[in-house]
Design a protein around this ligand. Structure first.
Ligand code: GDP
Ligand code: MG
Ligand code: ZN
Length: 298
């Protein structure tokens, strides 16, 4: 029968079948690389249950350093990226997360957490302003929330827009450490701890060791919690794929005409339309420097 992987550890996977039954399965072949939210064919009659084969993936979200890549999840509808003003999010990491998603055809939304903290939130808004053109082109929304407010007198509201965005979708939640990803998941999914505890127990992993992503039921859809990170490598992406995460470049060339060189990297080439658009203030200068750093790093 068919099932989807809620989480995995080593050669084991915790899966849910179409009747809602859970099974602890083992991978037979060494050639299979499990990913959270893979659809698989299982033989639940053997003991332990066995994963026979993995079904084709619609997309795969990865991050990758020079020599190894980390599979975050497969078959994703959208990404929810958590940022905050305290500590101030890294705009470089945000640009990288956007690239990883867009290259795989994954849409997204940005959640600015800790809105109870007025000044940090204003700083976050200012830093996010350079992404306005990008997010508009991509049609990504930005929502402000306080998942776990600390400010006395601040009243946490329900967030119907956020709940609406998640309903019936499979959403991967991404965030650099400290932005409040765990707090957000606990706020959105009251049974989040119970569900992840069940996964940890089944796979015999420590409750707080999240080396693999874990998927929980939420709002008639699914939320996938990913391990926090301080680096988000994109070695698996080509320059053309990275450019999809900077849609301003294509728009600038449409408006101003193409760059003089067909293979312009928008680094420092003469006749670069993107550079001219940045100089004219039509695209954010910070975005161009993020792009240049990204190209130099990969
Ligand atoms: N003021 C404030 N603090 C928050 C909010 N959400 C989370 N925090 C705090 O931010 C810190 C990091 O939160 P956590 O959920 O562990 O972040 P994670 O590393 O992204 O999982 C913790 O001290 C939280 O209490 C919020 O909405 N407002
Ligand atoms: Mg956390
Ligand atoms: Zn150029």
């Amino acid at each position: 029968m068919q099932a989807r992987i809620l989480s995995h550890h080593g050669r084991q996977a915790w899966v849910i079948d179409q009747q809602g039954q859970h099974h602890l399965c083992v991978y037979k072949g060494r050639d299979q690389e499990p990913m959270t939210n893979d659809w698989v064919e299982i033989d639940q009659t053997s003991s332990p249950a066995v994963i026979l084969r993995q079904l084709p993936r619609k997309n795969t979200l990865l991050r990758s350093e020079a020599h190894r890549s980390k599979a975050l999840a497969a078959n994703i509808d959208q990404a929810l990226i958590v940022i905050s003003g305290d500590p101030l999010f890294s705009d470089e990491l945000l640009a990288r997360m956007i690239c990883a998603c867009v290259a795989e055809g994954i849409s997204g939304l940005i959640v600015v957490n800790k809105m109870d903290l007025a000044q940090p939130t204003e700083r976050a808004r200012q830093q996010l302003a350079s992404f306005t053109g990008c997010l508009k082109q991509l049609n990504w929304a930005v929502l402000e929330v306080a998942a776990k407010p600390k400010t006395p007198g601040f009243i946490q509201n329900e967030n119907p827009d956020l709940v609406h965005a998640l309903t019936e979708k499979t959403t991967v939640v991404l965030g650099q450490s400290g932005m409040g990803k765990s707090s957000l998941l606990n706020w959105l999914v009251p049974e989040f701890n119970a569900q992840t505890q069940e996964i940890s127990t089944a796979l015999q992993t420590g409750r707080h060791t999240t080396t693999a992503s874990r998927m929980v039921r939420a709002h008639e859809g699914w939320l996938i919690d990913t391990p926090g990170f301080q680096l988000f490598g994109l070695h698996h992406l080509s320059e053309t794929q990275l450019a999809l995460g900077f849609p301003e470049w294509a728009a600038a060339q449409e408006a101003r005409g193409r760059c003089r060189f067909a293979n312009c990297h928008h680094l420092n080439e003469p006749g670069c339309s993107v550079k001219q658009a940045a100089d004219a203030g039509e695209i954010a200068a910070r975005r161009l420097s993020l792009w240049q750093n990204l190209l130099r790093a990969s």
